[in-house]
Design a protein around this ligand. Structure first.
Ligand code: PBG
Length: 325
């Protein structure tokens, strides 16, 4: 009989051989860990749909930030739960707002840890939309929102944010933020743009965590249609042209094709956000004994990196970092 000349199983035989030919290597340095910071004293409120994720008061967020840094994770991404919401999203750009205070506290306690701030209005508006809503029509107004969004970004930079990450999906926001940052003396603060952000059902658990569900309608007039991939490339091109330093694709797992195409169109660092629903799915299956959590998480994160992500934003960051060390 004729023997196979090529036997790919030869290099799969032992762990050492498999390690030698491994193409994609995950590391804690790939991760950014999202955190929800809330007003209040010494709070650690569990998020029901995201087991293991908590809304943390500033003192608890600082403790968590230290833990994250000790695990070799380079950065955290902050979301804020303000005491009060209004139509102008005042809490978003308040110099003493929750994210601004948390940023200062974390940078004070763990200066080497990167603080990335999510720049959006939806956690701060009474209606839960990512921009200013026109009363009569219920439309989310683009250019008026840009002013508030760029003010928010500048207030984060002023509080010490290392990177600002706009997630609102208004047109022109990267340019608006860049110019506001430059005017205010923050020309060295990078922008990580949520460039291709889809209107996704997988944000469900996040809206519980961040208390940011829209009170009417949905986000389809500003977030992308899940059916579109070429449009993602246009979004990336615009954001790069407007001065983005890094671009993001979000969610991750249902959009790995988009991630790959974005990787191939830009040489800027590409981030992928493995969102709350991706976390919740694996957690729920693992809790039911239907999946092995560790193997499933590492496989999913490896897939995201293999598809082209340089940076992975994931709620699994601390667990994955522990498993990898
Ligand atoms: C804010 C924002 C959202 C997420 C990140 N930034 C929610 C949304 O757009 O509704 C989702 C993150 C996640 O699901 O983990 N605009």
């Amino acid at each position: 009989m004729a023997f196979p000349v090529q036997r790919l199983r030869r290099t799969r035989r032992t762990a050492a051989l498999r390690g030698l030919v491994r193409e994609t290597r995950l590391s804690p340095q790939d991760f950014i860990y999202p955190m929800f910071v809330t007003v209040g004293e010494d709070a650690r409120n569990p998020v029901g749909s995201m087991p293991g994720v908590f809304q943390l008061s500033i003192n608890r967020a600082v403790e968590e930030a230290k833990r994250v840094h000790d695990l070799g994770i380079p950065g955290v991404l902050l979301f804020g739960l303000p005491g009060e919401k209004d139509e102008a999203a005042s809490g978003a750009y308040d110099p003493e707002g929750i994210v601004q205070l948390a940023t200062r506290a974390i940078k004070d306690a763990v200066p080497e840890l990167l603080v990335v701030t999510d720049v959006c209005l939806c956690e701060y508006t009474s209606h839960g939309h990512c921009g200013v809503v026109e009363k009569d029509t219920g439309q989310v107004l683009n250019d008026v929102s840009l002013e508030l969004i760029s003010r928010t970004a500048a207030s984060h930079a002023e509080a010490g944010a290392d990177i600002v990450a706009p997630s609102d999906m208004m047109d022109g926001r990267v340019a608006a933020i860049r110019s506001e940052l430059d005017n205010e003396g923050f020309e060295n603060t990078p922008i990580m743009a949520y460039a291709a952000k889809y209107a996704s059902a997988f944000y469900g658990p996040f809206r519980e965590a961040a208390d940011s569900a829209p009170q009417f309608g949905d986000r389809r007039s500003y977030q992308m249609d899940p059916a579109n991939a070429r449009e993602a490339l246009l979004e990336v091109e615009l954001d790069v042209g407007e001065g983005a330093d890094m671009v993001m694709v979000k969610p991750a797992l249902p959009y790995l094709d988009v991630l790959r195409r974005v990787r191939e169109t830009t040489d800027l660092p590409v981030a992928a956000y493995s969102v709350s629903g991706e976390y919740a799915m694996i957690k729920a299956a693992a809790q039911n004994g239907w999946l092995d959590e560790k193997t499933a998480v590492l496989e999913a994160l490896t897939g995201i990196k293999r598809a082209g992500a340089d940076i992975i934003v994931t709620y699994f960051a601390p667990d994955a970092a522990r498993w990898l060390s």
